[in-house]
Design a binder for this molecule. Structure first.
Ligand code: CA
Length: 232
C-alpha cells in the first residue's frame, strides 16, 4: 500500500518516528511542524491521509481539522488525530469535527501502522493494494493486471486507474470533476470531456465480456460503477 500521508507534528522526535515507520511500510510521507505549513502543503497536493497532532504551536490541530473539513476541496481527506489526551470529552470533540480515528501518545509503531491501514482501507481504498473482484471482473493493483471472466484485459495506465477507482467506489455516482481529481490529480488541468474519452476506451476494452455495462452513465451527473451487469 502506498499513500501520500501528511504528518503534522511539532515535536521533531515524534515526527521522525512516525515518518520513518510510514516510509518503511511503503508510504510517501510529507511533514509539517505547524498548521500553517500543513495548509500550504495541502494547497499544493491533496494528501490521501493526514496524521494531525492535537497540540500545535499557533493554530491547534483541532482548528486545522475544522478548517480542512469546512472547505469543499479538502473536506474528504481522512484525518487521524494524534493526542496525548485520552480524555473522553476530547475524543468526542475530535469525532465531532470529523476525525476518522485517534491515536493516543505514546503509541507503538505497530498501532500507528494498523490504524493508518484501517483508515486508508475505509476512506481511501483506491490507494490500497487489495485485489478487488466484482461480477467476474478482477483488478490487482500489485501486478497491475485486470481479468474479465479469467481472461486478461490490457488497459492503458489512465484506464487502469479509472477502473480501480470505480471498483473501489462502486454503486456511487461520480461527476467528471470528482473523477478528474481522483484519477488525474486535483491540480492537473484536464478538460472534463477527457474523462469521457477514457471512459469510452475503458468500455471498449471491457466490451467483449459484457463488463462495459458495469460502467453506467448517469444523465446530468456523471458515472457509476455497478456491482451487477444489468440488461438495461
Ligand atoms: Ca504537539
Amino acid at each position: 500500500m502506498s499513500a501520500n500521508i501528511l504528518v503534522v507534528e511539532d515535536e521533531p522526535a515524534i515526527q521522525t518516528l512516525i515518518a520513518t515507520n510510514l516510509r518503511r511500510s511503503g508510504h510517501n510521507v510529507l511533514t509539517a511542524f505547524d498548521a500553517e505549513d500543513a495548509l500550504n502543503q495541502v494547497r499544493q497536493v491533496l494528501p490521501d491521509l493526514i496524521l494531525l497532532d492535537w497540540m500545535l504551536p499557533g493554530m491547534s490541530g483541532i482548528d486545522l481539522a475544522r478548517k480542512i473539513r469546512s472547505e469543499q476541496r479538502t473536506r474528504d481527506i481522512p484525518i487521524i488525530m494524534l493526542t496525548a489526551r485520552s480524555d473522553e470529552n476530547d475524543k468526542v470533540l475530535g469525532l465531532e469535527i470529523g476525525a476518522d480515528d485517534y491515536i493516543t501518545k505514546p503509541f507503538s509503531p505497530r498501532e500507528l501502522l494498523a490504524r493508518t491501514k484501517a483508515v486508508l482501507r475505509r476512506r481511501a481504498p483506491q490507494v490500497t493494494d487489495d485485489m478487488v473482484e466484482i461480477a467476474g471482473l478482477r483488478i490487482d493493483p500489485v501486478t497491475h493486471r485486470v481479468a474479465a471472466d479469467g481472461k486478461q484485459i490490457n488497459l492503458g495506465p489512465t484506464e487502469f486507474q479509472l477502473l480501480h477507482f470505480f471498483m473501489t467506489h462502486a454503486e456511487r455516482v461520480h461527476n467528471r470533476t470528482q473523477l478528474l481529481n481522483q484519477v488525474w490529480g486535483d491540480h492537473v488541468y484536464v478538460e472534463e470531456r477527457t474523462v469521457d474519452v477514457h471512459i469510452r476506451r475503458l468500455r471498449a476494452a471491457l466490451e467483449a465480456t459484457g463488463h462495459d455495462k458495469l460502467i453506467q452513465t448517469v444523465r446530468g451527473s456523471g458515472y457509476r460503477f455497478s456491482t451487477a451487469i444489468s440488461s438495461v
